[in-house]
Design a protein around this ligand. Structure first.
Ligand SMILES: NC(=O)c1ccc[n+]([C@@H]2O[C@H](COP(=O)([O-])OP(=O)(O)OC[C@H]3O[C@@H](n4cnc5c(N)ncnc54)[C@H](OP(=O)(O)O)[C@@H]3O)[C@@H](O)[C@H]2O)c1
Length: 247
């Protein structure tokens, strides 16, 4: 199988590329650092020759809603047009489990448009919505550090190991298009503040961290059970405790 990973140099992308190669598949990675800009389409011409499946785990940076919707639409439209031309038979888009349940921040608006473009597009698809990864709360803490203090919202999550999500994406790439796939989630619910504190402790990072809804990209609309996976979720094996212990 020949596959293309859009965003193949990113956190989840690198894990997907490694797994595809380990399973003997040809892989082409698409990122700006590798000469392909998915927003403008530059470098995409010819990049999908002979490709059977495209896995989109790209993550264009967006700061406000209108830009997010335009940029995520452009990425999917450019990819799908190139795929249709090259005869690609399967487009897989990694999405976010709660994106259809909470309006959220600009990234969520972009992900919803991405899902719409993929579902209406010319290539058979699988939309794979995942819950937050085990490293997400520590990322929020880093994004929201003001005057040396990090602010993490007390989110109730059912996070998954990024390695497990990469395994599921490879499994999906080796199978038939499924339309909208089940939410992909880890085995246990967790508290984001606790996860961020424990991840920092594992890195001997003693910067102060507070539970707070202020100053972060995730506001009170993310409270309660909205971030948890929907019915019939695909439950991945690695708990946050086990993932942290293996760092
Ligand atoms: N983190 C979570 O908890 C979570 C949960 C569920 C779903 N997701 C989804 O997972 C996806 C990947 O996230 P990630 O954290 O792995 O991303 P990441 O580490 O930020 O990687 C982003 C990748 O996209 C590429 N990229 C960005 N802009 C591009 C452009 N204009 N053209 C071509 N490539 C571009 C980057 O390479 P260059 O910079 O070289 O272009 C990089 O390879 C996101 O779409 C996110 O919604 C994340």
């Amino acid at each position: 199988m020949r596959s293309a990973v859009a965003g193949g140099t990113g956190r989840i992308g690198a894990l997907v590329v490694k797994r595809l190669r380990a399973r003997g598949h040809d892989v082409v990675s698409l990122s700006r650092g590798q000469g392909v800009d998915l927003v403008t389409g530059e470098g995409l011409h010819g990049a999908l020759a002979g490709v059977d499946v495209v896995i989109d785990v790209s993550n264009p940076a967006v700061a406000e809603v209108a830009t997010a919707e335009r940029v995520f639409a452009a990425v999917s439209e450019n990819l799908l047009a190139a795929e249709a031309k090259a005869g690609v038979g399967h487009h897989i888009a990694l999405s976010i489990a709660a994106a259809d349940r909470v309006l959220g921040n600009p990234h969520y608006y972009g992900k919803r448009v991405q899902e719409q473009v993929v579902a209406a597009g010319p290539v058979p698809y699988t939309i794979a919505p995942a819950t937050q990864f085990h490293d997400f709360p520590a990322m929020i803490a880093d994004w929201s550090t003001v005057d040396g203090v990090s602010h993490v919202p007390p989110l109730l999550l059912q996070p998954a190991a990024p390695e497990d999500v990469a395994d599921v994406l490879v499994e999906l790439a080796e199978g038939e298009p499924q339309g909208r796939y089940a939410d992909i989630a880890g085995p246990l619910t967790e508290d984001a503040v606790d996860m961020a504190r424990r991840t920092r402790a594992a890195h001997a990072d003693a910067r102060p961290l507070r539970a707070s809804w202020r100053g972060v990209a995730l506001g009170v609309e993310f409270a309660g059970e909205v971030m948890l996976p929907g019915d019939g979720a695909r439950i991945t094996p690695t708990t946050f405790d086990d993932w942290l212990a293996a760092l």
